[in-house]
Design a protein around this ligand. Structure first.
Ligand SMILES: Cc1cc2nc3c(=O)[nH]c(=O)nc-3n(C[C@H](O)[C@H](O)[C@H](O)COP(=O)(O)O)c2cc1C
Ligand code: SF4
Length: 446
C-alpha cells in the first residue's frame, strides 16, 4: 500500500543524506519553537499530559508508555534529577538512532530539554555507543551551539529552569544499553542490570536520584507532539493501535537496505516491498527478525502484519527496535541463529546463571545440529535450555531466547532436516569448527 499523499516525515523532516542539519536549518524549519512555547508558558505537568495523550510509546525496544514513565517521577522526589538519553544501540540490525542523531542533532537535543523540563531535571547524560564517536563529537559541538543560543544552561529563556547536558561514551558492551545497567555504567560501577523490588529509576536512578531513561527516537518525537498536538501525532499512525511515525531499519536480503520513517503500523510487506525495494534479485522471502536480534523469526504467513507494538504482541511477537533483518529461502536459519547466539554468549554480563552458563550450552547444541552431529534428544534439550533463559535476571536472556523460539515454532522442519548426519541442507559454512573461548569441548554436555 503506498503512503498517503499527505504523509510528511517528522523525525526525518530535515534529513539531508550527506550531512547533519545545522542549528540555523533546524530553526528555519520551526525547530526550538516547541521549547519557546513551553518553557515558562506551559507547566511541566501539562507537558506530561500532552505526551501521555499522544500515546507515545518508548522506541528503545520495550514500547513502554512515555507519559506514564515521566509521571512516575514523584512530585516530592528530591533533586537533582537526571535525564539519560539512550543511544547505546548495540542491538544487531539496529542503526536508526545513529541516523537520527546524524540527520538532525538539534531535534534530539530539543526533545531532551523538553523531557528535562517535564520531569524537572537539572542534568542530562547522553549515553552513546563508543563506535559512534563521530556522532558523540557532533552532539558535543551542537550542544555548545544550543548553549550559546540560551537553550541550555542556567535560567533557560529567562525562566527558573536550568539544565545541562553532557555526553558519556560507553565502554562498549551490549548490556550497557539496558537502562539499569547503564545507570551503573555511568556511575563507574560494574554494568550489570539492577532490580530492586518496587524501586524504579524514576524514583532512584543515578546517584540515588530520580532518573528518566529514554531512547533518543522517543525523545525526538516530543517537540512535534508539543507543537502540533497529541491528536495530530496519533493520527500519523497507520493503525488505531499505533502512535505517530516510526523509524524502521531494514537489512539483509533486500534490494534497498536502509532506515525509513513511516507511519507506525505500516505493514511488514509494504516496508519490504514498497520501501526497501523488495528482495534481492532471484531471492524469495523466507523470514525476518522484526525488531533486531532479540526478537523471534517471523514467517511469510505474518507478512501482512501491521508493524506496531500491540499488533505484533497479538500474534506472539515483539516489535523491539523495529529493525528488520530479512532472510531469503536460500539462507539457513539455523546458521543465522548460531551467528546471533554467538553474539549473546559474548555479550552476557555474567551476573546470573541461566544466561552465563546456559547460553554456551545452547550454542553448543545449535552448532552440533548444524554440523549434523545431533539427534532428536538434542532438540528437546535445546528447548529445555531455551525455556530456562526466561528465569534469568534481566530481559537480555529472554531476548536471546526469542530467535531460537521463532526458529523452533515456525521452522522446525528446517531444524529437523539437519539431524543425524545430514548436516546443513543449505550448505552453510561449517560453523561448528570455529570454536571461540566460550565453547564447551566439541560435543560436550553440561
Ligand atoms: C540487553 C538490553 C539492551 C538494551 N539496549 C538499548 C539501547 O541500546 N537503546 C535503548 O534505547 N534501549 C535499550 N534497551 C532498553 C532500555 O532498557 C530501556 O527500556 C529504554 O532505553 C527506555 O527508553 P524508551 O522508554 O524510550 O524505549 C535495552 C534493553 C536490554 C534488555
Ligand atoms: S540475563 Fe544475562 S545479561 Fe541479564 S543479568 Fe543475567 S547474565 Fe547479565
Amino acid at each position: 500500500m503506498p503512503l498517503k499523499p499527505d504523509f510528511e516525515p517528522v523525525l526525518f523532516k530535515n534529513r539531508r543524506g550527506d550531512r547533519p542539519a545545522t542549528f540555523d536549518e533546524y530553526r528555519q524549519g520551526g525547530g526550538y519553537e516547541a521549547l519557546l512555547a513551553t518553557v515558562g508558558k506551559k507547566s511541566p505537568e501539562e507537558v506530561v499530559r500532552m505526551v501521555t495523550a499522544a500515546g507515545l510509546t518508548g522506541r528503545g525496544g520495550a514500547g513502554f508508555p512515555t507519559g506514564r514513565k515521566w509521571a512516575g517521577v514523584p512530585a516530592s522526589a528530591p533533586y537533582p534529577r537526571y535525564v539519560q538519553p539512550n543511544t547505546d544501540e548495540m542491538e544487531p540490525g539496529t542503526f536508526k538512532d545513529r541516523i537520527l542523531v546524524n540527520a538532525d542533532p538539534h531535534l534530539v537535543i530539543e526533545g531532551i530539554i523538553l523531557c528535562a523540563y517535564a520531569v524537572k531535571a537539572q542534568r542530562g547524560i547522553f549515553f552513546i555507543r563508543p563506535s559512534y564517536e563521530s556522532d558523540a563529537q557532533l552532539i558535543e559541538r551542537e550542544l555548545a551551539v544550543a548553549r550559546a543560543a540560551g537553550f541550555l544552561g542556567s535560567g533557560i529563556l529567562g525562566s527558573d529552569f536550568s539544565f545541562e547536558l553532557s555526553v558519556h561514551r560507553s565502554a562498549g558492551r551490549y548490556i550497557c544499553g539496558e537502562a539499569t545497567a547503564q545507570v551503573n555504567a555511568i556511575q563507574g560501577l560494574r554494568p550489570n542490570p539492577v532490580k530492586a523490588p518496587g524501586a524504579h529509576l524514576t524514583e532512584a536512578g543515578l546517584w540515588g536520584r530520580p532518573t528518566v531513561v529514554n531512547n533518543v527516537e522517543t525523545l525526538a518525537s516530543v517537540p512535534h507532539i508539543l507543537t502540533r498536538g497529541p491528536e495530530w501525532y496519533k493520527s500519523l499512525a497507520a493503525t488505531p493501535t499505533g502512535d505517530g511515525t516510526k523509524l524502521y531499519c531494514v537489512s539483509g536480503k533486500v534490494a534497498r537496505p536502509g532506515c525509513y520513517e513511516l507511519p507506525m503500523g505500516t505493514r511488514l510487506s509494504d516496508i519490504i516491498y514498497e520501501h526497501a525495494g523488495g528482495m534481492l534479485p532471484g531471492g524469495t522471502f523466507k523470514a525476518c527478525l522484526p525488531g533486531g536480534a532479540s526478537t523471534a523469526f517471523m514467517p511469510e504467513t505474518l507478512f501482512d502484519i501491521p508493524m506496531d507494538f500491540p499488533s505484533l504482541k497479538a500474534v506472539g511477537h515483539h516489535l523491539g527496535t523495529a529493525s528488520m533483518i530479512v532472510f531469503d529461502k536460500n539462507t539457513c536459519l539455523l546458521a543465522a541463529t548460531i551467528n546471533i547466539i554467538r553474539f549473546f554468549v559474548r555479550e552476557s554480563c555474567g551476573w546470573c546463571t541461566p544466561c552465563r552458563e546456559g547460553l554456551p550450552v545452547i550454542l553448543d547444541i545449535l552448532e552440533r545440529i548444524e554440523a549434523g552431529e545431533a539427534g532428536e534428544a538434542d532438540v528437546a534439550w535445546l528447548e529445555t535450555m531455551t525455556r530456562q533463559l526466561h528465569h534469568a535476571y534481566c530481559a537480555f536472556a529472554p531476548g536471546a531466547a526469542a530467535p531460537i523460539e521463532g526458529l523452533l515454532r515456525h521452522f522446525r522442519d528446517e531444524v529437523m532436516d539437519h539431524l543425524d548426519g545430514r548436516g546443513c541442507p543449505f550448505g552453510a559454512p561449517e560453523l561448528a569448527d570455529k570454536p571461540g573461548a566460550w565453547h564447551l569441548p566439541k560435543g560436550g554436555r553440561p
